[in-house]
Design a protein around this ligand. Structure first.
Ligand code: IFM
Length: 760
């Protein structure tokens, strides 16, 4: 039995309500529900989201993930006093999210202002076994005297996205004295949502009635409870949505109610058991086990697998992963390059079918990407920087206030952050390398590669006697509108080169493409390293002045530099939000030696504030690959702290999905040293001093593998024969085998074949 972690909320605090609502959010990839308390607090943002359910609220808005009618709120009245932890005393508190079965629990012992004590227990889960199902229980026990208990709950459609309302109420109804149902429609009439709920009290002696007004359909229960007696409210909710309206709305809503009734007959405990079984499979397939002197390390890894599972719409290839998963409204639920570069690797190496779905999402949205390229005068496919349900560009027009002008600044990413095109191509290639899924490559993969490559071939311009790529933004968003951004040029080259290679491999004949790509690959300018191995980030970067960034680095993630300098001023200095060259070193390991990577880390680290949550973890992985495992561990822990650290507000509007992916990647690609080099699997485990053991499952082509590394001995178990490189030496592995690291270090020292890639 796996000993999966339990995440705790250390105590009630109005300042951290939203942080814990995000990090303890429950979900199943189909929906996500913020871990808001049952009772309301003015600072608390409730949130329930369905993957792929976007709508545009009006002019000057973009599509956003709809914050659905709330189902988690319960007004609790105890002897005429509204229960709130802002008054009275909290005598004891326990709040936890149990990753093993997905249950969020809270137990509070509360003394009301009149001195009477109550125990309140609540629990809820979003089912991983039945995607539309949410189950909740709330139990109340008056401890000192008989109490009058009133509970009001139901479906509250006053919920908005920061004031933007997306849904019209079509109908609300009560069935059989226990079931409430609300039918809603997006204001553009494209999508219908039906929310059905059953509310039952464990006591027969309650008075119950219903109300429906002002967009709230509610059940009211009231009863007198003797001291020491407990009453439990069980609330089950079934949430579905549709675009396809082949069934009449009435039949569709009736079917939803029937599904809910089947669940209601089973009850909370049995429904939880089903969901827990589904979670067991996730942990079996994906859990990373560490034995560390700090138990936060295992917690972080379980946290990552939890959210990587709950944020991913594995059931629906028409949806992808939002930058905040399904835990909040940050970035309006949009999808960025985060998916392909930070999130896809986890799925690729644990459940590759999900990685395939994520790539199919891009493929299904090719029309929008082609259209965006066309509108800008380029061929091929220019994927939107931010996307929602379609391939259309969703980047908002404006961002923060410019401190010099007092006006909002334009967001330039949609215009120039084109590296997303090559990032998608990179992921297509990684997918094929790890799965050898020829059917995918022949159909979707090759089309994606050729369309993206065609974009780059049209995007490059003749300048200085060569092909150059002008006016782009690399991943480092503090440096805008530059020429020959190293990350972009190298990734574009990789994109075109792979498109060509796979065309040949899969017999796709296109003479014009081949001729064009030959010209592109031989003539595209790839920025060159200086004598120390440092690559210039772009044409002008090296000539810009550098300033001491220590005070900004100390507040990494907060973008405090923008309180002192405007974006235009930052653009003219060596100030990086994240380092593009380090990112490039990470993604294309075969192109750079460890010496070059180390030189780039040394040069760019002092110039990088790490204001992007996508930054530190990548520095950590490259640091580990360069052999500095302890330095990598510090960076990995900093990455973990983005959502799990002490800052009470860093995750208010949702967790950082990419940083969550990087928790997994930091360990597997950092400490276990996993890389795909020239299409082959490489591992070179080396653990930080805090860790005694690391063990993890891995899918590679047709093999299910498990790696365990302890005392410098690696045990590999593989369901099928696999060729892989361990610490630089290529081997065939099958069944169960063990390898001592020291034997490889000797061979590394004695050969030139490793090109110094591995540190001893
Ligand atoms: O995609 C990232 C981007 O690189 C930096 N700003 C946040 C985005 C969403 O996470």
């Amino acid at each position: 039995m796996l000993n999966v972690s339990v995440l705790t909320d250390p105590g009630f605090c109005p300042h951290s309500l939203n942080k814990f609502a995000s990090v303890m959010a429950c979900g199943n990839g189909y929906m996500g529900i913020r871990a808001a308390h049952e009772e309301d607090y003015t600072q608390q943002t409730r949130g329930m989201y369905l993957a792929g359910l976007y709508h545009r609220a009006g002019r000057n808005e973009t599509n956003e993930l709809i914050n659905l009618p709330d189902i988690t709120g319960i007004e609790i009245e105890l002897d005429g006093v509204n229960f709130t932890l802002l008054s009275g005393d909290i005598l004891s508190w326990q709040r936890e999210l149990d990753f093993a079965n997905g249950e969020l629990r809270r137990t509070v012992l509360w003394r009301a202002p009149d001195g009477k004590r109550y125990r309140l227990d609540s629990r809820r889960f979003v089912s991983l076994a039945q995607l539309p199902l949410v189950a909740m229980q709330l139990s109340i026990t008056p401890l000192d005297a008989a109490s009058q208990v009133v509970l009001k709950t139901g479906i509250d459609a006053t919920q908005t996205n920061s004031g933007r309302q997306h849904l019209d109420e079509v109908s609300v109804r009560v069935f059989d004295q226990h079931y409430l149902q609300g039918v809603y429609e997006t204001q553009d009439r494209a999508t219908e949502v039906v929310i059905s709920t059953s509310c039952r009290l464990s006591s027969d002696s309650s008075d119950s009635c219903f109300s429906a007004k002002n967009r709230r359909v509610m059940a009211h229960h009231s009863l007198t409870l003797p001291a020491g007696d407990t009453v439990t409210l069980e609330k089950l909710v079934w949430i579905t949505h549709r675009k396809d309206k082949t069934l009449s709305q009435e039949t569709w809503a009736r079917n939803a109610l029937a599904d809910l009734k089947v669940c209601a007959a089973k009850g909370y405990a049995s429904l939880l058991e089903n969901s827990a079984r589904a979670w067991e499979n996730v942990w079996r397939d994906a859990r990373v086990d560490v034995t560390s002197t700090d138990k936060q390390d295992q917690m972080a890894l379980d946290y990552a697998v939890w959210h990587l599972t709950t944020m991913t719409p594995a059931h629906d290839e028409r949806s992808s992963i939002a930058a905040k998963g399904l835990t909040g409204e940050g970035y309006k639920g949009h999808i960025f390059w985060d998916t392909e570069i930070f999130l896809l690797p986890f799925h690729l190496f644990t459940r590759p079918q999900i990685a395939r779905n994520l790539l199919r999402y891009r493929w299904l949205n090719l029309a929008g990407a082609r259209e965006k390229a066309r509108r800008n005068g380029w061929p091929g496919a220019l994927f939107p920087w931010e996307s929602a349900a379609s391939g259309q560009e969703e980047t908002p027009e404006f961002a923060a206030i410019n401190i010099r002008t007092g006006t909002r600044q334009k967001v330039a990413s949609a215009l120039a952050e084109h590296h997303i095109v090559a990032d998608i191509a990179w992921a297509v290639v990684a997918y094929w390398q790890a799965t050898r899924d020829d059917a995918f490559m022949r159909n979707e993969g090759l089309t994606l590669l050729m369309e993206t490559a065609t974009f780059w071939m049209g995007r490059a311009v003749e300048a200085n006697g060569r092909l150059e790529i002008h006016d782009v933004i690399g991943p480092d968003e503090y440096t805008e509108h530059v020429n020959n951004n190293a990350y972009t040029n190298y990734l574009a080259w990789h994109n075109v080169s792979c498109a060509r290679q796979f065309m040949t491999m899969f017999g796709r004949d296109d003479a014009a493409f081949l001729a064009n790509s030959t010209r592109f690959l031989t003539r595209l300018w790839l920025p060159e390293a200086n004598a120390e191995g440092v690559l210039p980030q772009d044409d002008t970067f090296m000539a810009k002045p550098a300033i001491d960034l220590s005070r900004y680095k100390a507040k990494a993630g907060k973008q405090t530099i923008l309180l002192d300098y405007s974006r235009a001023e930052v653009n003219e200095m060596q100030i990086l939000k994240q380092a593009d060259v380090v990112m490039l070193n990470y993604l294309l390991p075969e192109r750079f030696t460890p010496q070059q990577c180390a030189a780039n880390l040394a040069f760019y680290e002092p110039r990088t504030i790490h204001d992007s949550s996508l930054s530190k973890a990548i520095h950590g992985i490259v640091t580990a690959r360069c052999g500095d495992t302890e330095g990598a561990y510090v960076l990995w822990r900093d990455g973990v702290a983005i959502d799990l650290g002490d800052d009470p507000h860093s995750s208010d509007d949702g967790i950082h999905a990419a940083a969550t992916g990087a928790i997994w990647s930091g360990v597997i690609q950092g400490f276990a040293g996993l890389q795909i080099v020239e299409g082959e699997l490489h591992l070179a485990p080396k653990l930080p001093a805090h860790w005694r053991k690391l063990s993890f499952p891995l899918r590679w082509r047709n093999a299910q593998m498990r790696f365990s590394f302890e005392d410098d001995v690696l045990t590999v178990e593989s369901s099928a024969p696999v060729t892989l490189s361990l610490w630089g030496k290529t081997l065939n592995v099958s069944g169960l085998q063990t390898f001592a690291r020291k034997d490889f270090l000797t061979s590394i020292a004695g050969t030139a074949t490793t090109e110094g890639r591995y540190d001893a």
